[in-house]
Design a protein. Structure first.
Length: 280
């Protein structure tokens, strides 16, 4: 449990959103106490002590790490230039819910962290009021679609992750790969189709395996739900943001593929039987 807390703590400092699966594990473990009709005291004590060990270890490790970061002298850090979390919430409610260049430039103009926080809060409230209750409801539905719809995860639509002009020039296997992956490749549309097809299979495996209520699959489902909520609250708006949570989707699809196959088969058989009866 101490090692688990160490990993969670390290994960938090590297990428805070990555602790969502750890939170899901803690919640499912806690809720599992109420699943049994008869809860035994030793089991309660065992799980309670486990949670307390993790929490205590995490707090200790977080305090030590934070103290080391604040007092390190290897790199000079101007803490007034730090961008607050509320900035990403503010961007998450602007436009399509994604990156906002104007807000980012404003963070560079403001001198102190308190000014950045105050500006982001004011803009967030202003945009929220402009949307209203109904408008915000439709906004988050569209944002959820944008967050999850593209199986290629916005491949080639933004960023400069491939050097050069992205025009295929090679021959052999390298040339084939370039034609599939480069923006100006002849088969880039085929790549996007294949990626979308695989993404639909993954989502279908998770969706149609709903009747599997094992503790592991419930943890993965809660982790995915937490990921969706995180992207709805913070910067999102494009499917590339879901990449950080791909392990949850891949694990969920792998564990639920057999259950999903059975459900899909039952649906197809029932449909065929209904059609046969109708034709008869």
């Amino acid at each position: 449990m101490t090692l688990f807390a160490l990993l969670v703590c390290g994960t938090y400092f590297i990428k805070p959103s990555a602790i969502i699966p750890a939170i899901a594990i803690g919640l499912i473990e806690t809720l599992s106490l109420f699943k049994e009709k008869r809860v035994l005291l030793p089991e309660v004590l065992k799980k309670t002590s486990t949670v307390l060990i993790v929490m205590f270890s995490f707090i200790c490790l977080y305090t030590i790490t934070q103290n080391k970061i604040e007092h390190q002298t290897l790199i000079h850090v101007n803490r007034e230039r730090a961008i607050p979390a509320v900035h990403f919430m503010n961007m998450g409610i602007s436009g399509d819910g994604g990156y906002n260049a104007q807000d980012t430039l404003k963070m560079g103009e403001l001198a102190t962290k308190s000014e950045k926080i105050e500006y982001s809060k004011q803009m967030y409230v202003k945009r929220l009021k402009k949307l209203g209750v109904i408008g915000y409801f439709y906004f988050i539905i569209q944002k959820q679609i944008n967050n999850t719809a593209d199986g290629s995860f916005a491949w080639g639509k933004e960023g400069h992750f491939i050097q050069g002009d992205q025009i295929p020039k090679s021959h052999g296997l390298k040339g084939v790969l370039e034609n599939y992956l480069y923006i100006y490749g002849k088969n880039v549309a085929d790549f996007r189709f294949i990626a979308q097809f695989i993404w639909l299979i993954i989502l279908s495996c998770i969706f149609f395996g709903w009747h599997n209520k094992s503790q592991t699959t419930q943890t993965i489902r809660l982790g995915i739900t937490g990921a969706f909520l995180f992207l709805l609250l913070f910067e999102g708006g494009r499917s590339r943001y879901i990449i950080q949570f791909l392990p949850l989707f891949l694990l969920g699809a792998s564990l639920l593929v057999n259950d999903s196959k059975q459900i899909i088969k039952k649906i197809i058989d029932a449909t065929l039987l209904k059609r046969t009866n109708y034709e008869s």
